[in-house]
Design a protein around this ligand. Sequence first.
Ligand SMILES: Cc1cc2nc3c(=O)[nH]c(=O)nc-3n(C[C@H](O)[C@H](O)[C@H](O)COP(=O)(O)O)c2cc1C
Length: 217
Amino acid sequence: MGNVSWLSRSLPIMAGELPRFDLGYVPAEPRELFLRWFGEAVAAGVGEPHVMSLCTVDEDALPDVRVLVLRELDERGWHFATDRNSDKGRQLAANPAAALGFHWREQGRQVRVRGRVVDLGEAAATADFLSRSPRSRLASMIGAQSGVIADPAAEERAWSEAEERLAADPGFVPASHAVYAVDPVSVEFWQGDPGRRHVRLRYRRSAEVWIQEQLRG
Ligand SMILES: Cc1cc2nc3c(=O)[nH]c(=O)nc-3n(C[C@H](O)[C@H](O)[C@H](O)COP(=O)(O)O)c2cc1C
């Protein structure tokens, strides 16, 4: 047996006491249930509950995934911020659809969001960028995210130049900074059970109505 296989089989999963998911007490809209679960994750001390996986597909339909920070949740959907010229930015330009995954390990919970992706425009991008720390803003001013670093010395110079630029113009916002929202077509809430009777509830949007379906775990 390989090392990963041996280690993986010997590691615990969904151990300990987990919350119960009472399907008799769920709201009509998935956003409300997400906010409830998110608040519970924060209260339970879940590590980085606002970090999520973002899955996109490239022009050859090959999936790609990485983790991002959830920036906001409102009637437009789940927001994230990134560089429009990054790999994911280019993938979204070609195919504006995505899936998000949250895993709140300490509670044995998972939330999956699928939907179309909408660029929220310049005002949202500007507000998001200016709310960031100076170091975070600098990192977005060096060049296109996901670009290959061919010359480390030039990269050092780019950081210095960005520092000078930010000092001279603290209101500077790169044109490539973008905030996107995932406008959901389905949202699934998954509650793990140590006895493996997991509880899954999927909200599926049909026209303007949310249909709830319980899924086998
Ligand atoms: C905890 C964590 C949070 C991150 N948050 C963001 C984020 O909010 N926006 C972002 O563009 N990249 C974020 N990243 C970096 C991405 O995972 C990824 O490396 C980067 O966006 C480039 O992805 P791409 O090459 O697929 O475009 C984060 C990474 C980690 C580990």
